[in-house]
Design a protein around this ligand. Sequence first.
Ligand code: PMP
Length: 399
Amino acid sequence: SALFAAVEMAPRDPILGLNEAYNADTRSNKVNLGVGVFFDDDGKIPLLRAVQAAEKARLAAMPARGYQPIEGLAAYNQAVQKLLFGADSQLLAAGRVLTVEALGGTGALKVGADYLKRLLPGSKVYISDPSWENHRALFEAAGFPVETYPYYDAATRGVNFAALKAGLGELPAGAIIVLHACCHNPTGADLGVAQWRELVDICAARRLVPFLDMAYQGFADGVEADAVAPRLFADSGLSFFVSSSFSKSFSLYGERVGALSIVTAGKEEAARVLSQVKRVIRTNYSNPPTHGGAVVAAVLNDPALRQQWDEELAGMRERIRAMRSSLLAKLQERGVQQDFSFITQQRGMFSYTGLTAAQVERLKDEFGIYAVSTGRICLAALNTRNIDYVADAIATVVK
Ligand code: PMP
């Protein structure tokens, strides 16, 4: 039949396309700096010891696999709320927050976007310029027009805060603004605490609808410090959305563990909003899978495992920091004139290096080093064995 005869090939995902090219490369010293995954110093994705312990206990208990509630595991959702807002948050005590388990950070954004489309059908979504490439696609797929607000400043390799404030100051009431809570992807450039305060004030004054994307809690300065944005918004009295992902912080990428939290004006309102969000979930995938959320809840709700996770998370964070300092030092040792000191100021897994598309192309062609054409590299893909090679290559292409 002719059902699919006119179907066109969709464009390849730029980053997954990079992976395919990397996998097909036969050079033994090739390096993939394109992906957003944390690797240990042996170049492997870690399975955290705290996760292993929780999984062993879960397996030994041989739990039956009945359906979960539509909103997922209560112990998990409560643990997520404490990570975001603090164990003794007034917001939580007042019952203002509802949290639903979701399929990774992406799933949380998707449920949030679908619900927002029902709540504010005529609204527009604003994402940072630049942003994680899936933000635009996701909110467009939910039916929103998506525009950008000013964010990154190529000259300083940091945030152009004046432009950001001016941009947000022009938005209409009810505009949805997607904010990276920490470890901005792709630039690595974050706001400081004083800047977050100002931003919260602008959102309140202009009656914007903030949607915080928390995909890297614990990767910048630590679990508590990295929650400054949700906690400042919490103090403001505003209503807002937060998506959480544990893909990176628990190294559980494939288990799809995330959550959507919505901060409302009060307990009774939270119950009504939850009932509507459950309808969105029910017609998408009905209820979330059991394993990932159960493991994360087991770790977060057990003091010993929680401490072990904190230590392992600190280890991941410190390894990335060490790679940042080491890369900077090695570029300087190689006599690179250009100022790369921003590499140690940017936070999280990524850096916008300022490498041009042509330089990125040369890294690939001449060295088998794969980066995103925008110059984004993943620092967590560097290790003590490949970093000299990468520094040599970058020094060569920028000269
Ligand atoms: N938001 C941002 C900013 C991200 O970088 C990512 C992951 N790359 C996600 C959301 C999605 O997270 P997950 O893999 O848990 O769906």
